[in-house]
Design a binder for this molecule. Sequence first.
Ligand code: AMP
Length: 392
Amino acid sequence: MVRTDYNVPLDDEGNITDDTRIRATLPTINYLLDEEAKVIIASHLGRPEGKINPKYSLKPVVRRLQRFLGEKVKVIMAEDCIGPKVKKQIEEMHYGDVIVLENLRFHPGEEKNDPVFAKELASLCDVLIQDAFGNCHRKHASMIGIDGYVPSAAGFLLKKEIDYFEKAVNNPMRPVVALLGGAKVSDKIKILENLAKKMDKILIGGAMAFTFLKAQGFGVGKSLVEDSMLDVVKNLMDISKKNGTKLYLPVDFVVAENFDGQAETKVVPYQEIPEKWIALDIGPATTKLFIEALQDAKTIVWNGPMGAFEFDAFSRGTYAMVDAVTTSHASTIVGGGDTDMAFHKSGKTHEVTFISTGGGAFLKLLEGGELPGVASLSDRRRSVRSSSPSLS
Ligand code: AMP
């Protein structure tokens, strides 16, 4: 059984609009098919909240997988994800074929990590291969519970994700630079604290910058600020200083009268954000500063947009950074839904070293945390006991 993260976006007609996550698991599936295994795919899709809902069926995935695997491989849809009917389907299928289980989240036991559900799922297979990196931060039955009932190990995608991350953050070629953006400091404070000990430089864009500026006594107009984080941010600036990590903050901004793509805008230096205006993107001088700071980087880690990039008027900073990292010689690893989207929209996904397939899981790693879905693998538990760092 391969646990995949096929939580893919669908349009109103149920067509898959981005199949990156399916393509990313093909090396594992093809390897198992070459070994003539019966391959059982297990995944969730959306949030059906423990109830059967045809809107979240994995049927569209079956069609796409069939296209990727070719006619020699038969890809069938299971009636459910557990139970006697599915067991019979698996018994009757041929070695070298694939069966896709129906959405795991149609059963409440998946998200509750119910041991009865986990055991039922485990009873379908001989070995679990964990390849759902994007879900590894969740303690669900198919992510951790199942490991108690069958031997389990990492698939090629999971291994690749962890290897790239390790190389970029824990054992990087230096100088290593983090580019961080997004809305809230509170969401990213653990990441900032962890990276302040590991990076050579941290460039802070997005709305997070305003809490830093306010903590230094600057006015930020109506821009997004978290007053409860002012002391935390001051402490973080101290940690960075002690560790010799250079923090870069924006020196200018694109400001607007309202949070609106059509609003009047202008560029102002950081000390001059007008009281009634809101800063929604980094300005051209900041873009230049950040590009220069990235110039000598051998490794770049990027999470979070530089501005409210969903609006064209405030997207320039983010896309300038996409250009900067794709033309850089540094090894670059990118993660998080919005950052990923910026690369997809710019058509430059192939020009970056690695884009993580996981949002929450990638953030958890950036925080320095452990992924439950990795820690619980029986293969991992064995290798930790024998103090080998190997995943496989
Ligand atoms: P996050 O999920 O924390 O990475 O935040 C991503 C969101 O931050 C995006 O939807 C952006 O629109 C938003 N964002 C980035 N910069 C700003 C800004 N200056 N003001 C308001 N929202 C912003």
